[in-house]
Write a protein that binds this ligand. Structure first.
Ligand SMILES: NC(=O)c1ccc[n+]([C@@H]2O[C@H](COP(=O)([O-])OP(=O)(O)OC[C@H]3O[C@@H](n4cnc5c(N)ncnc54)[C@H](OP(=O)(O)O)[C@@H]3O)[C@@H](O)[C@H]2O)c1
Length: 304
């Protein structure tokens, strides 16, 4: 029997911030806008942001969608974005930490001097969530969804090496960044529980979805992007966004859990609960990661 395709329940009156305007970010925005949410798409490229808004407005006439500039590879840009949100003073119901890069073949650094995948996929989102927390906490039942990957299962965790690995290996650094964001999601839930905040933190992974992620020019990503592979074992970007939408809106999605496709090898299919990689369940490592991350972003810089 085929399971019914997940579709978010009504989101009228809810406001969502999604990082990344292409691929899964666009599809998640479309799903939320169709359900009636106001959506702020946050990305580094204004031109792409405008293209996404035009497409969203064509698909959902009257949609409440906006673009805001955010470069996750620059903590000052994250800070500026969070400040603009705070000046607006509007509560945030859903934050989807989605934007990401995969395996640039040569080592690149963020504006703050960290390995680029660590900076964009993990640290920028850590800072963003921390700095938007007052707006999330001002709304009962807010959710933070952090996008991880099956790659978390292949990561070798080394907290000393993660911000700036001595030997850069593109695929390995990607796996680590996706493990760290999963650890963050679970630790954030722990902290929400401990502090009595009515915010849920969930993780989602899209399986293997046909997006721009694999077009980085490296051997690893070029191989994966083979036009044969996605149709064979993966799924469309729209289907890849379903676990994100499920985590963000399903009444039965629970904080501290991971949602992903439940079909073949978790690469395709309808969303359901999945298991994290073992290090995600290591509370001591997660606490240490959190404390180190706070030190890296200069905790409190934007929390007024
Ligand atoms: N597709 C998959 O099969 C798959 C599998 C597992 C996990 N994921 C995860 O899913 C998430 C979304 O990826 P995707 O598949 O949708 O890939 P995508 O089509 O390449 O989209 C990634 C988005 O992130 C944005 N981005 C990159 N660097 C940024 C920065 N410094 N600041 C702000 N935005 C930035 C990109 O903007 P530009 O267009 O300006 O570069 C793009 O909009 C990522 O976290 C990825 O790791 C995807």
């Amino acid at each position: 029997m085929t399971r019914q395709r997940f579709s978010p329940p009504g989101q009228l009156g809810r406001r969502a911030v999604i990082t990344g305007v292409g691929g899964l970010g666009y599809e998640a925005a479309l799903g939320l806008a169709k359900a009636g949410a106001e959506v702020i798409l946050a990305g580094r490229n204004e031109e792409k942001g405008m293209v996404a808004l035009t497409a969203l407005r064509a698909a959902v006439p009257g949609a409440g969608v906006e673009f805001e500039r955010l470069d996750l590879a620059c903590l000052q840009s994250v800070n500026d974005f969070a400040e603009r949100m705070k000046v607006r003073g509007e509560p945030i119901d859903i934050l989807i930490n989605n934007a990401g890069i995969m395996s640039p073949p040569d080592r690149q650094s963020s504006a703050d001097g960290y390995e680029l995948q660590f900076a964009v996929n993990y640290l920028g989102h850590f800072a963003l969530t921390d700095w938007l927390m007052p707006l999330l906490r001002s709304r009962s039942g807010a959710r933070v969804v952090s996008v991880t990957s099956l790659a978390q299962h292949y990561a070798k965790l080394d907290l000393d090496e993660a911000p700036n690995p001595r030997d850069y290996r593109a695929g390995a650094a990607y796996c680590v960044s996706k493990l760290l964001i999963a650890m963050f999601a679970v630790e954030l839930q722990r902290r929400c529980d401990d502090n009595g905040w009515s915010v849920a933190s969930l993780a989602a992974h899209p399986g293997f979805a046909g997006t721009g992620l694999f077009r980085t020019g490296g051997k690893f990503s070029n191989f994966i992007s083979s036009r044969l592979l996605v149709p064979l074992i993966g799924q469309s970007a729209a289907d890849g966004a379903l676990p994100l939408l499920f985590a963000a809106t399903a009444p039965n999605a629970v904080g501290g859990r991971l949602y992903g496709p439940k079909g073949f090898k978790e690469m395709r299919g309808q969303p359901g609960e999945c298991r994290f990689a073992p290090p995600v369940y290591d509370a001591r490592a997660a606490t240490e990661l959190w404390e180190r991350s706070e030190a890296l972003i200069g905790a409190g810089a934007c929390r007024s």
